[in-house]
Structures are given as structure tokens and as C-alpha cells.
Design a protein around this ligand. Structure first.
Ligand code: UT7
Length: 322
């Protein structure tokens, strides 16, 4: 019998502190209107001093587990996507596993920058389809505010903190229809964050903050996402009109609008969270999925297209019958 990965539950967590465009305008040369017009962002959340990727992941994960109505012991695999792990090791997935009181399951992190959650979905889908596991917890959790250069107006306006989670379970009824993930490591210079602890003589001057050639990344993102959307529909013999919801990575409203236009979808069929969350990197797609599901827009049986693009470059999509 064909096995599918079904969405059993979703969860999300946003830290309390709200940092508005006005706040940022007080420290760098920018304005609320510039940020909102160019990005669609008005504010973002900032993690508290005692929060970590694993502490935020735990809150989002527990919500997904509760909604799924399973016991944490029934989880076979935990995948955490993060670029801001609590520690170099153990993995944030291991720390999350312990927080959830689970023993003896598989737990590992995925590092694919903003595409991390889509990578996680793809890995989970392979594990479930093969019959190797039944239930998989995927969490994207990020404290971007700690790796942002708050004096760089080209990047500090974009990013925010948060965690999103999804619990997938094995079923014979259609769930994840296909996933498509790619990397091209030839674009390091366009978007990177150094690891000062592992610096060589050549790059020891670099701080551990994000560097981005925003406009070039923007163009690559638009073109690449347009291609992956076509590929995803073709792989499933579907038309653009078969997609009910677009759940995109939340980097810039203009990138999202370009993908929606390519799909001939109205913005009413797109889950947009970036106005109040900014770009939460690997958390963004799962936070948006959680938003659409919990406010009742995304209904059981509907077809949902998730996509993301990030440093590496990495990119990918997942088509899901919710
Ligand atoms: O999630 C991972 C993938 N990341 C992305 O997808 C991010 C993609 N990039 C972007 O979202 C956009 O490129 C930005 C929002 C970062 C920048 O918008 P843009 O329309 O590409 O602007 P630009 O970089 O071409 O800069 C245009 C002008 C420049 O001034 P000059 O050289 O024309 O005088 C910048 O210095 O805007 C200036 N600028 C700003 N002005 C006010 C750049 N940042 C700001 C700012 N406030 N915050």
C-alpha cells in the first residue's frame, strides 16, 4: 500500500518583543515607508535574552503535538531546521528531543538557511514513504536578531525571530504529493553568515553577522521560484488553478507577489505573515502554514504549495494535500 505523509498538526511561536520599522529608523538611516514599500514588513519579533532556538522550538512543537493528539513518545524522527542553533553540538534537534522528554528516536538538524523547513519536509516525506518511520516532527526555529548587523540598513530591516512546527504522520490517504529540493553552492558571496569560532587567518576579521547582496539575491529568488513552481505542478500533472493556497517563504512581499502572479493566483490565496514577522528564515514557511491552518483559511482536502529560497543557494517546494 502506498504511504503518504499527512499533516497531523501545526504549531508556532513568536517572542514577545515587537520591533517596529520606527524603532529601526531611530538607529539606521531608513524609514517606515521605505521598508514597507520595498519589503512589505512593518514589524518583527525579537527573542528575549533567555530564549534559544530550542526553547522556542519546544513551544511550537508542543502545540503541533497537542493538535495532532499523539503522545511525544510516538515521534520517530525530529528534524530541526536552524541557522542559529543553541550550540554547535549537540544539535538543536537533540536538545528539543530532551525538552520533549523523548528517548530513542532519530534527531538531527538540517542546515539549508531559509529553505530548511522545505528540506525537512522532503526528508520526512522520504522516511515516511519508505515505511521506515511513522511520525515526524519538523521544526524551523531561528533567532535571526542575534546574527543581524543592526548597523546595516540593507539587512537589519528584514529579519525576525520565531519558530514554526509541523507534525507529519504516515497514512494511506494522500498528504505530501511531492517535494523538490536543490542547492547550488556557487553563491556563497551573495548571502552568508561567518562562523567566527571557525575562522581562518584570512577571514578572522569577519563578525558573525549576515552579509547580503540584496538586489542580486532578490532577482535570483524570483527567477528560481518561478521555475520550481512550474516543475512542481508538472510533476503532479496539475494546473495552476488546482492550487488552493500558496504558502511562501516570507522574505519580501515583492518576491511573494511575483510567484503568486506566475501562478495566476490572487493575493487572497497567499498566506502572508511577513508584515508582522519579517523574514524568520527556516521558521517562516511553517509559521505561515500554521497561521493559515489555525485561522481556518486552509481547509482539509485543499492543495497547498509551499516554497522557499535561501543562502547556498538552496531552494525547494512541497505540494501538499492538506
Ligand atoms: O531569505 C533569504 C533570501 N533573501 C531575500 O530574498 C532578500 C532579497 N532582497 C530584498 O528583499 C531587497 O533586495 C532589499 C529589501 C534588501 C533591498 O531592496 P532593493 O529594492 O533591492 O534595493 P537596493 O538594494 O537596490 O537599493 C536601492 C537603494 C540604494 O540606494 P542608492 O544606491 O540607490 O542610493 C540603497 O542604499 O536603497 C538604499 N537602501 C535603503 N534606503 C533606505 C537600502 N536599504 C535601505 C533602507 N532604507 N533600509
Amino acid at each position: 500500500m502506498m504511504r503518504y505523509a499527512n499533516v497531523l498538526g501545526t504549531g508556532g511561536y513568536l517572542p514577545e518583543e515587537i520591533r517596529t520599522n520606527e524603532h529601526i529608523s531611530q538607529t539606521v538611516d531608513t524609514s517606515d515607508s521605505w521598508i514597507y514599500e520595498r519589503t512589505g514588513i512593518k514589524s518583527r519579533r525579537i527573542a528575549g535574552a533567555n530564549e534559544t532556538a530550542s526553547s522556542m522550538a519546544e513551544i511550537a512543537a508542543r502545540q503541533a503535538i497537542n493538535t495532532a493528539q499523539i503522545s511525544p513518545d510516538e515521534i520517530d524522527l525530529i528534524i530541526v531546521a536552524t541557522g542559529t542553533p543553541d550550540r554547535v553540538y549537540p544539535s538543536t534537534a537533540c536538545l528539543l528531543q530532551h525538552r520533549l522528554g523523548i528517548k530513542n528516536c532519530i534527531a538531527f538538524d538540517v542546515q539549508a538557511a531559509c529553505s530548511g523547513a522545505i528540506y525537512g519536509l522532503s526528508i520526512a516525506d522520504q522516511y515516511i514513504k519508505s515505511g521506515a518511520v511513522k511520525n515526524v516532527l519538523i521544526v524551523g526555529s531561528e533567532i535571526c536578531s542575534r546574527i543581524v548587523d543592526w548597523s546595516d540598513r540593507g539587512t537589519c530591516i528584514l529579519f525576525g525571530d520565531g519558530a514554526g512546527a509541523v507534525l507529519l504522520g504516515s497514512s494511506d490517504k494522500a498528504g505530501v504529493l511531492s517535494t523538490h529540493i536543490y542547492s547550488d553552492g556557487g553563491y556563497e558571496d551573495m548571502l552568508y553568515c561567518p562562523n567566527p569560532q571557525a575562522a581562518t587567518e584570512a577571514n578572522k576579521h569577519e563578525l558573525g553577522t549576515i552579509s547580503m547582496r540584496g538586489n542580486e539575491v532578490f532577482k535570483m529568488a524570483v527567477n528560481t521560484l518561478e521555475r520550481i513552481v512550474d516543475e512542481t505542478l508538472e510533476a503532479n500533472n496539475m494546473e495552476k488553478s488546482d492550487v488552493d493556497w500558496l504558502v511562501p517563504h516570507q522574505a519580501n512581499i515583492r518576491i511573494i507577489a511575483a510567484t503568486a502572479k506566475k501562478l495566476k493566483m490572487s493575493m487572497d490565496q497567499v498566506i502572508v505573515t511577513l508584515e508582522e514577522q519579517g523574514n524568520t528564515s527556516s521558521a517562516s514557511v511553517l509559521l505561515a502554514l500554521h497561521q493559515g491552518v489555525s485561522d481556518g483559511r486552509i481547509q482539509r482536502g485543499q492543495t497547498v504549495l509551499l516554497e522557499a529560497f535561501g543562502a547556498g543557494f538552496t531552494w525547494g517546494s512541497a505540494l501538499i494535500k492538506y
